[in-house]
Design a protein around this ligand. Structure first.
Ligand code: ZN
Ligand code: ZN
Length: 326
């Protein structure tokens, strides 16, 4: 056990790596990759509007395809990247892992290995220094402004946070052929989330429908998922109720739960991170989907836990000590 007071590469004090990369080039490459992933749907969407016959008002087909691909991408991220790959909340076949991994990669929010490493570090240091995307602290210590904290957790961390140590956080995925395949061909798989709805649009109605479906089920879908991830990282650590015994600032927020299909039950999740269903009595759509898939034989060995209860006293503020023990 050692106490880390801060991380500052220029500091002359003793530096301890709390599971992040000290390589400037590795961190810079991650920031560039994040910037490309964030900008891609915006720029592609503008190009489609400017130079193709894509319709800004979606056709009936494009709108339904957009809703379908938002749902599939959300399932890939929430059930695939989060509950299966990060927390091993259930088991599934190699084909199931592949399908979930592909749909999660369509969100263009980083490869499975980097996404899972960041999320596991988030649970490891929840709302303290070295949590990669907390609204309360970053790699350098506490964030005192709520607005700055919200911005950091929503998107800012992608441009200034350090790379999580994958050897430490995802040794299982580094040996997983499906995860490594999807990581190796990350950009190809991510772009297939644009090409597939475009191809479906072309088959349904030719080039104009192709461009409209690319715009709506490709670009707009990815932009929606960017916001979903930002909400999951920021607002679920700011607004809502906490469960008894909570040691961080994660919150349960029913409005966010309906939008994010169960991921807003975040205080329950931090209390029992590996369970397949956050809280059986609540609207945990992802959890109920997993149970349904278990009945179909598509998944098995669901992890279960003791239901947590809501804290009787008002939520306390974060333990912003600026130091963690590792
Ligand atoms: Zn969290
Ligand atoms: Zn989690």
């Amino acid at each position: 056990m050692s106490t880390v007071s801060h991380l500052n590469p220029s500091s002359s004090s003793i530096q301890i790596n709390p599971h992040i990369s000290q390589s400037a080039s590795e961190n810079r490459n991650k920031h560039i990759s994040n910037a490309v992933g964030l900008a891609f749907p915006w720029l592609t969407g503008l190009l489609l509007i400017a130079f193709t016959p894509a319709e800004i008002i979606p056709t009936w087909f494009a709108w339904n395809l957009e809703m379908l691909f938002v749902t599939l991408s959300s399932i890939g991220l929430g059930i695939g990247f989060h509950r299966h790959y990060t927390h091993h909340a259930f088991k599934t076949s190699q084909a199931g892992k592949m399908v979930l991994g592909i749909m999660g990669t369509w969100t263009m929010q980083g490869s499975i290995t980097s996404w899972v490493a960041d999320h596991r570090r988030h649970h490891r240091f929840a709302d303290q220094q070295f949590d990669p995307h907390s609204p309360w602290a970053d790699d350098n210590g506490p964030i005192t402004s709520r607005l700055a904290g919200w911005w950091h957790a929503h998107v800012g961390w992608k441009f200034k946070g350090a790379v999580s140590d994958e050897k430490r956080y995802v040794p299982d995925l580094l040996k997983d052929p499906v995860a490594m395949f999807l990581t190796r061909y990350y950009w190809l798989v991510a772009i297939s989330g644009y090409l597939l709805p475009g191809a479906l649009g072309w088959m349904y109605g030719g080039w104009q429908e192709c461009a409209t479906c690319l715009l709506w089920a490709g670009c707009f879908r990815a932009i929606v998922l960017q916001q979903f991830e930002g909400i999951a990282n920021s607002l679920t650590h700011l607004f809502g109720s906490k469960v008894e015994g909570s040691q961080d600032e994660s919150r349960n927020n029913m409005v966010i739960t309906f939008v994010l299909l169960g991921e807003g039950l975040h205080s329950y999740h931090h209390q029992n991170a590996t369970v397949a269903v956050n809280q059986p009595s609540k609207f945990d759509a992802f959890g109920h989907m997993i149970v349904f898939c278990e009945r179909l034989g598509l998944v098995w060995d669901l992890r279960k836990g003791k239901p947590a209860t809501i804290a009787a006293t008002p939520a306390s503020q974060a333990r912003l000590t600026g130091a963690v023990t590792i």
